[in-house]
Design a protein around this ligand. Structure first.
Ligand code: SF4
Length: 423
């Protein structure tokens, strides 16, 4: 028989908060939890108050004290301190806090605790939308925050750990957008591969369900970390007709020494293996990537390793970023700064390499059937859009209009290789 979870609840502040404590208590008892005192609890719920600076101080002090006295307890904070985005971020950044339930959602505590038990952090996203003015592609936020702690990145400090948007909210938003005529849905988040909620164990499961929604539309993910690409993900995206044959996978460096310093969770060999497995299942897949140039300690040999690696994996596009120092990150305290002029030179070289690869990829669609979502009219009245592989295409306006998915044939590419002309 399952041992019941022990919880404790404490409220700071006014009578309304006191009343709501009881509402929360009854809901939690209803889950079969038993109440105990904070020192014995598995879960401690703090119904916080923020009426004065002193109340804020008490909230933070209590969180620390409870965790100090009972290190194994999981701390859930709700109430008035968990209302303003800035304060929610402060709470999420506290190592003592396991979950923040925004004040307005405190009566949905059962849902949140269920997620905590499943080790999935689920959050309520206030930014639900019903349209995307001026775009024929619609972005749907499915996740926020990140647990990866790359050494150069401040996301974990600023946005806190990964929080997944509930499955039902996402599906409802996608259905609304499709019913409004959007032909492409881009699932987006800070680290979307971390998405999971009770009953749906991975981003692959979410993609699978989104792709099963009826309608003439296609699906992309904004970006996915290499370490989140597993067999299930590959199987899902390669077997769905709706999933676009384009994936953005941040590489950041082709040098294993630098990847280690960046605290990325893969080696160049593993990255290459993922790319080969994906391409085996999706032959014309466009793989775009991000690369940081001039990371502390990046020697010429590391940079050359990145260049060579790029030639091996042949991304369809490369976004090159000069290393940017973020105070508070561990990279910021690293030695071996690369001189600014050298960083600029390396950026320029890699951009040229990227341009060449982009051109080759674009040309590979000449004489091929392509599907283009029309996103804009160009200056000369032609229509422009992107293929499923994320190749920019220009075509005569007689082919169709804004928001439509057109079936065309690649004819030739512009001299720069930036876009394909279709007929
Ligand atoms: S770089 Fe991306 S994966 Fe790494 S910590 Fe930042 S958000 Fe997370």
């Amino acid at each position: 028989m399952k041992v019941p979870t022990k919880f404790s609840i404490k409220t700071l502040g006014c009578k309304v908060n006191q009343y709501e404590e009881q509402v929360i208590r009854e809901k939690v008892l209803d889950m079969g939890y038993v109440e105990t005192d904070p020192k014995d609890a598995d879960i401690f719920i703090l119904n916080s108050c923020t009426v004065t600076g002193e109340a804020d101080r008490k909230t933070l002090q209590l969180i620390r004290r409870v965790k100090r006295d009972n290190p194994g307890v999981r701390v859930v904070v709700t109430g008035c301190y968990a209302v303003v985005e800035k304060d929610i971020e402060t709470l999420r950044a506290m190592p003592e806090v396991d979950m923040v339930v925004p004040g307005k959602d405190k009566t949905r505590i059962k849902e949140f605790l269920g997620c905590l038990e499943d080790n999935a952090r689920v959050g309520v996203f206030d930014q639900g939308i019903s349209g995307f003015s001026g775009h024929s592609r619609a972005f749907v936020k499915v996740q926020d925050g990140c647990d990866q702690r790359c050494s150069y990145c401040k996301v974990n400090i600023v946005r806190g750990p990964s929080v997944s948007r509930p499955y039902e909210d996402i599906m409802a938003e996608v259905k609304t957008l499709i019913s409004k005529g959007y032909r492409e849905v881009v699932l987006t988040g800070i680290c979307i591969g971390a998405w999971k909620v009770p009953g749906h164990s991975s981003i692959a499961a979410l993609i699978d369900n989104v792709c099963r929604i009826d309608g003439n539309f296609r699906v992309r993910v904004s970006s996915i970390e290499p370490n989140h690409i597993d067999e299930r993900f590959i199987k899902t995206v390669s077997s769905s007709k709706k999933f676009c044959r384009h994936i953005h996978i941040p590489l950041q460096s082709g040098s294993d020494t630098i990847l280690e310093k960046m605290k990325r969770r893969y080696t160049s060999t593993q990255f290459k293996d993922i790319v080969s497995r994906l391409r085996r299942e999706m032959p014309f897949l466009g793989i775009s990537t991000d690369i940081i140039v001039g990371f502390p300690g990046e020697r010429s040999s590391d940079f050359n390793a990145t260049r060579e690696f790029v030639q091996q994996i042949k991304p369809s596009r490369i976004h090159v970023f000069p290393y940017s120092d973020r105070p508070g990150t561990s990279a910021s305290r690293m030695e071996g700064r690369v001189p600014v002029q050298e960083v600029k030179n390396r950026v320029k070289i890699l951009l040229e390499d990227g341009k060449h690869l982009q051109k080759m990829f674009c040309k590979s669609f000449i004489e091929k059937d392509i599907e283009v979502l029309v996103e804009a009219k160009s200056y000369d009245g032609a229509i422009e859009g992107y293929t499923a592989e994320y190749v920019r295409v220009r075509a005569h306006k007689s082919h169709g209009s804004y928001g439509e998915i057109l079936r065309l044939k690649g004819a030739f590419s512009d001299p720069e290789g930036c876009f394909l002309i279709a007929e």
